[in-house]
Design a binder for this molecule. Sequence first.
Ligand code: FE
Ligand code: FE
Ligand code: FE
Length: 163
Amino acid sequence: MKLDTLRDLLVAELKDIYSAENQILKALPKMAGAATSTQLKTAFETHLKETEGQVKRLEQVFEKLGRSPSGKTCKAMQGLVEEGNELLKEDADPEVLDAALIAAAQKVEHYEIASYGTVRTYAAQLGDADICALLQQTLDEEGATDKKLTQLAEGCVNLAAAA
Ligand code: FE
Ligand code: FE
Ligand code: FE
């Protein structure tokens, strides 16, 4: 891929995020299935629905740019998902596994927050207000999900008591 302009870089980064979101779409049902706490299960299921909307939003962005969303695999997300899958194979106490799932999910959210923050700023610098607004919407959802996960992690009080 030729990267001559900031717009080329925007498209390259968006393709990476599109790949990442599609990997997350497949991983979230597994994480919801593995979670013991009802609240955590619900949080994963809610974010799955949001993620479906985020993929559609990205498709809108690509349409506005007149470019195709395919052509890149996010290797970082492959790694994060692989680490998550490894957790599911561990012989873990259910509450400890929940805490580990929260940690894995927050790593994913932080990757997304970094990625969307970047493309949102590129879009703003290029004067693409519509694209900037779409990306900001997703960035806000990722931020809210991260905060929700932090709350759930802080709720893992039984774990601390057991220690
Ligand atoms: Fe997302
Ligand atoms: Fe990536
Ligand atoms: Fe997310």
